[in-house]
Design a protein around this ligand. Structure first.
Ligand SMILES: NC(=O)c1ccc[n+]([C@@H]2O[C@H](COP(=O)([O-])OP(=O)(O)OC[C@H]3O[C@@H](n4cnc5c(N)ncnc54)[C@H](OP(=O)(O)O)[C@@H]3O)[C@@H](O)[C@H]2O)c1
Length: 324
């Protein structure tokens, strides 16, 4: 067998125009491994890639999108992986500078592929890599989260928000989350959030005792989030749901309150150690990812359209367990 089904993009493409095409199964090379993909999650960043970033010169076109996957090693090349090993992969240029996960097979650099031991199903595992690694890194590498913390998750109703809420609750934290839609309060309650705030752009003065804040709306609300954290507290900017990427005219002296710390997380550099720590925590606390919807690979257009609509709560996962 030399051919595989994949999504291949060369120009801006709306969700319902995404198609499966036939591509050659890539040939393995030193330092890279061939992975048979069983599931992969969809991400906000793939919507950005597909609708506009595809025009950027650094995107290696035609590109198979997809920044994460779960699967098995088919060819380990000269690496320490072995055939049949269960792995996840994410980031490091996946789906941008080299072909990504919207395919039956992917050739991936070994340093961005991670062995996993888990009882999770393929669909559950497909919801983990990018979303849970980003939540994990933001909460522990950046926010130094402790069970005694009261954490604010600003923009709680995205897949990343649900993952962060779940991890923080499992750790024992008090969790406050925001949504800009009142009709979504019950979803945050179901996720275990202790108190919910309607976010109409300014929440200053509505909260007290916040020691850590995970900012997922991003630059649009970051200034206001900084004003809601206690002295000694930390704010981590990880998301850009608000659609604003940079802080115009930001004056750090006046806009970061005295004794409040500002950091940011970027998921581009996962390590085997951080993935091991994350998977042990998932196992220890029997966490099951908050999955919004599952699609078969043939339904990739419908799934991409759902991603574009923003109308799904939780992670969208594509299953490729059955051979096409
Ligand atoms: N720093 C990193 O390395 C990194 C890694 C992964 C993800 N991210 C970022 O983290 C964010 C979440 O990613 P994701 O993949 O989890 O997203 P997602 O699940 O695709 O998020 C979609 C959800 O976000 C909600 N939302 C949209 N705009 C919002 C706004 N202005 N305020 C509050 N909620 C809003 C929508 O619900 P409603 O509008 O219906 O409430 C929608 O259901 C994205 O901005 C993504 O780019 C960053």
């Amino acid at each position: 067998m030399t051919k595989m089904k994949a999504v291949s993009l060369t120009a801006p493409t709306k969700g319902n125009d995404v198609k499966l095409t036939e591509r050659n199964i890539p040939s393995v090379k030193p330092g890279w491994v061939l992975v048979r993909i069983y599931s992969f999650g969809l991400n906000h960043s793939e919507k950005i890639l597909r609708l506009s970033e595809i025009n950027a010169s650094y995107i290696n076109k035609p590109i198979i999108p997809g920044i994460e996957c779960a699967g098995k090693i088919i060819d380990a090349s000269d690496t320490s992986f072995h055939v049949g090993q269960r792995v996840i992969a994410l980031m490091g240029g996946m789906g941008r500078s080299f072909d990504g996960s919207y395919a039956e097979y992917a050739l991936l650099p070994a340093h961005h592929v991670f062995a996993v031991k888990t009882d999770l199903s393929w669909v559950q595992l497909g919801a983990i890599p990018e979303t849970y690694y980003t939540a994990w890194g933001s909460l522990f590498d950046c926010l130094h989260l402790e069970p005694t913390d009261k954490i604010l998750v600003r923009g709680g109703t995205c897949a990343l928000g649900y993952a962060a809420i779940q991890i923080a609750k499992a750790l024992g934290c008090e969790v406050v989350a925001t949504t800009h839609r009142e009709e979504k309060f019950h979803l945050l309650s179901d996720a275990g959030v202790d108190s919910i705030v309607l976010d109409q752009g300014e929440i200053k003065g509505k909260l007290s005792g916040i020691t850590k804040a995970l900012e997922l709306v991003g630059a649009k609300t970051l200034r206001d989030t900084l004003l809601n954290v206690e002295v000694g507290g930390i704010v981590c900017n990880t998301g850009i749901l608000g659609g604003k990427y940079v802080l115009d005219g930001f004056d750090p002296i006046k806009e970061i309150p005295n004794g409040v710390y500002l950091t940011g997380f970027y998921s581009n550099n996962p390590t085997q150690k951080s993935i091991d720590n994350l998977m042990e925590f998932v196992d220890l606390h029997s966490l099951s990812p908050h999955i919004g919807r599952v699609y078969d690979f043939e339904q990739i257009a419908e799934a991409s359209e759902t991603l574009d609509s923003g109308h799904v709560d939780g992670k969208i996962v594509i299953s490729i367990e059955k051979k096409l």
